[in-house]
Design a binder for this molecule. Structure first.
Ligand code: ZN
Ligand code: ZN
Length: 249
C-alpha cells in the first residue's frame, strides 16, 4: 500500500470519528442523533440534566447544539433525549427559515439579543447597556462586585480595580497575563495541602468542588482551567503528587 492510500484511510477513519462526535450523545455514544445536523456544529446532551430555577428545579433530558452558522446555541428539553432532539431540531428549523431577524434585548444588558420571530440568540446583537465604573465607556468586559463593570483598558490599572473584583474573577485576570502569584502571594498552600493530603478523591472535579465550598474559588477556577489546558493532570493521585512537587511539600 502506498502512502496516499494510507492517508486516505486515515482521513476516512478521522471523518468517521468526527461523525461520532457530532451525532452521538452519551459516554458510550448510546444515543445517535436522528436529524441531519450541519457538519460544523457540536452536539452534547444527556438524559438527566438538572435545571436550577427559582420557580422550582427539575430534571430533564436535554440536547444542546452549538451552531456555527448562524453562530448560536440551541437547547432542547424533553422527557427523553429523543424528545429533546426533536425540540432542538424544531428550533433550528425555525431559525434557518426565519425571513428576517428582529432582535430584542429581553432581560439582558450585555448586548445579547433574541429574534422576535424565531428566537435566535445572538450574543452581540446590541451594544451593552452597561458602562465602565472608571471611564464610563460602554462595556461588558468584566463584572465587578455590586453589579458594576470594568472595561479592558481600565482593568490594566490593577491597583485601582482590585478592591472591586470578586476573588473568582482574579483567575480570569490571570488568563489575561497577570500573574496570580503577584495578586495573592501564597493564598492556598495550607488549606489545599490539608485537603489534598488528608482525603481520598474519586475525581479532580471533587477537589475543585471542595475548594469552591471552602471559598477558594480562585484556585478552583485555576485548577479547572489548567486541567483543561492539560497543564495539571486530571487524575487525583497524579494531581496530588504534582502539587507536592510544585509546592515542595
Ligand atoms: Zn429570526
Ligand atoms: Zn474603563
Amino acid at each position: 500500500m502506498d502512502l496516499i492510500h494510507i492517508i486516505i484511510i486515515i482521513l476516512r477513519i478521522w471523518s468517521d470519528l468526527m461523525e461520532m462526535v457530532r451525532k452521538t450523545i452519551g459516554k458510550n455514544k448510546e444515543y445517535e442523533c436522528e436529524y441531519e445536523w450541519p457538519n460544523d456544529c457540536f452536539i452534547q446532551g444527556g438524559d438527566t440534566g438538572l435545571v436550577l430555577s427559582k420557580k422550582g428545579s427539575y430534571k430533564t433530558a436535554f440536547v444542546e447544539v452549538f451552531l456555527n452558522n448562524p453562530k448560536t446555541f440551541i437547547r432542547g428539553e424533553g422527557a427523553t433525549i429523543k424528545d429533546a432532539e426533536n425540540k432542538a431540531w424544531e428550533q433550528f428549523n425555525k431559525i434557518i427559515n426565519c425571513k428576517c431577524h428582529e432582535f430584542e434585548r429581553r432581560n439582558y444588558d450585555n448586548g445579547a439579543g433574541f429574534c422576535k420571530n424565531c428566537g435566535l440568540f445572538k450574543s452581540d446583537a446590541f451594544e451593552p447597556t452597561t458602562k465602565c465604573k472608571f471611564c464610563l465607556n460602554t462595556t461588558y468586559y468584566m463584572r465587578l462586585i455590586d453589579n458594576e463593570m470594568c472595561c479592558k483598558e481600565c482593568l490594566k490599572d490593577f491597583d485601582k480595580v482590585i478592591e472591586y473584583i470578586p476573588d473568582f474573577m482574579i483567575s480570569i485576570l490571570a488568563m489575561e497575563g497577570l500573574n496570580p502569584d503577584d495578586i495573592f502571594s501564597s493564598p492556598i498552600e495550607d488549606s489545599i495541602k490539608e485537603l489534598l493530603l488528608n482525603r481520598t478523591f474519586d475525581s479532580v472535579a471533587q477537589i475543585t468542588e471542595i475548594l469552591e465550598k471552602n471559598k477558594n474559588r480562585y484556585v478552583a477556577e485555576l485548577f479547572k482551567r489548567n486541567i483543561k489546558k492539560g497543564e495539571y493532570p486530571n487524575q487525583p493521585d497524579k494531581l496530588i503528587s504534582f502539587m507536592k512537587q510544585y509546592y515542595q511539600w
